[in-house]
Design a protein around this ligand. Structure first.
Ligand code: ATP
Length: 156
């Protein structure tokens, strides 16, 4: 009888994050704030977000993470969509696999300045929303921005 080969199962950890599309209206039209972060692909532009903490609701996490990462405050207008992805991380004990769900909220800028962005973030800038849709790195976050544009334009 053929011996069964034992394969070591890689446990997948589930993570929940929450983030925001912060927008304002200027003479350039609708602008949104993006953060530039280091990733496995190099520096990429993305939406501010972060892990939900114990006892926090998703809106609170979005608010806190947006403020920490961008230096901006925003009033939550409503929920956008959520995205899901898998990623792996190597450490001393081996490779860990994660399944992540990220919820996004639409937030209207109410104060603060991008110069106060998190030091762990490479940069934070306002972009006209059409430009943001072009430069954002991940397809699922691009779809979040497209949905945000639809909602903002619908508000007039
Ligand atoms: P958080 O901002 O929630 O605290 P983090 O900065 O620790 O998270 P992620 O932004 O989830 O981590 O990045 C972890 C890995 O997932 C990186 O390799 C990154 O390139 C990849 N990643 C990030 N966002 C996406 C996405 N929308 N789609 C696919 N892969 C992504």
């Amino acid at each position: 009888m053929k011996a069964k080969t034992k394969t070591k199962a890689i446990k997948t950890e589930r993570q929940i994050s929450s983030g925001g599309v912060v927008f304002r209206r200027s003479n350039k039209g609708i602008e949104v704030a993006l953060i530039e972060v280091e990733s496995s692909k190099g520096k990429v532009w993305s939406l501010p977000k972060g892990l939900k903490e114990e006892g926090e609701n998703l809106a609170k996490t979005a608010h806190r993470e947006v403020r920490e990462e961008t230096g901006l405050d925003g009033r939550i207008i409503g929920k956008l969509n959520d995205i899901h992805y898998f990623y792996s991380q190597k450490n001393n004990e081996g490779t860990k696999r994660f399944f992540k769900i990220v919820y996004f909220f639409l937030m209207e800028y109410s104060g603060g300045d991008v110069v106060n962005h998190d030091k762990e973030v490479v940069d934070c800038k306002w972009f006209p929303i059409d430009e943001a849709i072009e430069i954002i790195a991940y397809k699922d976050e691009r779809e979040i921005l497209e949905k945000a544009r639809e909602v903002i334009e619908g508000r007039g």
